[in-house]
Design a protein around this ligand. Structure first.
Ligand code: SAM
Length: 254
């Protein structure tokens, strides 16, 4: 199932997905159950470097938090040998989604949510303040699940580059789930069908056709990260690209 089959910002029947400008669907997880999303994640790539066993993650574009909570459980299990103290921060630009995420928070000591536009000026300051609590300069992992298309459509090629540069600057490991190009066309079509203005930057995009390839090039060439894993596509055709900060040379292509 693609994003095309997701209910929209307004409540509409499941067969008639609504239009969304930023991907801030209110019922996203009815269509993309969060538990299924972590099945593709490998277990061996999460490293605990902090002497006090503190492991901090960032979930960019966390929507209503369902996936953030599942990622928290996943990380605790995947690193259970090290018994880390996992903390996760979810950020999203939609205040209603952040309110929903906070309402259901059963681990407020470990999971937090902030309403932030990741490309805004004040975002960096909030994230630095969060990291200071753990004595860290960067997050151990930054998750970017199904957000790159919305950034790309709203901020263009330069915006996508800026988004990935910022995310990489904050990350030791970054996990990206890019949307395929057909989803761009569907998102545009849905806006037009809803008599809303199309994404003004769509026609001028140069990074077209295979967004994952462009994202891979930006993350490895411009941001200097090494690819450490690519998962199989999930049942709605999305693979996860996983990279880590370059220590010396990247190991040969995986
Ligand atoms: C399609 S949803 C994906 C949600 C979640 N990451 C997942 O895959 O389950 C995309 C989310 O990104 C958020 N988003 C879009 N642009 C954003 C930005 N500039 N800063 C923060 N969040 C953003 C939207 O509000 C939306 O909740």
């Amino acid at each position: 199932m693609s994003d095309d089959a997701v209910g929209g910002e307004r409540s509409e029947p499941k067969t008639d997905p609504g239009a969304s400008r930023h991907g801030n669907f209110m019922n996203y997880y009815q269509f993309h159950p969060a538990e299924e999303r972590v099945r593709q994640l490998p277990h061996g790539v999460w490293r605990l470097a902090h002497p006090a066993r503190k492991y901090a993650g960032l979930d960019v574009g966390c929507n209503a938090g369902d996936l953030t909570y599942v990622l928290y459980d996943f990380l605790e299990k995947a690193m259970s040998q090290d018994q880390p103290e996992v903390s996760l921060l979810g950020v999203d630009l939609d205040p209603m989604l952040i309110e929903r995420a906070r309402e259901r928070n059963s681990r407020p000591d470990r999971v937090a949510f902030e309403c932030l536009d990741f490309l805004s000026e004040d975002c960096g300051e909030t994230l630095t303040r969060y990291l200071d609590r753990f004595g860290k300069k960067r997050f151990d992992v930054v998750f970017c699940f199904s957000i790159t298309m919305w950034i790309h459509l709203n901020h263009g090629d330069d915006g996508l580059e800026e988004f990935l540069r910022r995310a990489c600057a904050l990350a030791e490991v970054i996990v990206i789930e890019p949307q395929p190009w057909k989803c761009y066309r569907k998102a545009s079509r849905r806006l037009r069908r809803a008599n809303s203005e199309d994404f003004p930057l769509l026609k001028g995009l140069k990074y077209t056709g295979d967004p994952a390839r462009h994202i891979d090039d930006i993350v490895t060439r411009l941001c200097g990260f090494c690819k450490i894993a690519v998962t199989e596509s999930n049942d709605w055709g999305r693979e996860l690209l996983i990279y880590e900060r370059k220590q010396q040379n990247c190991p040969t292509d995986r």
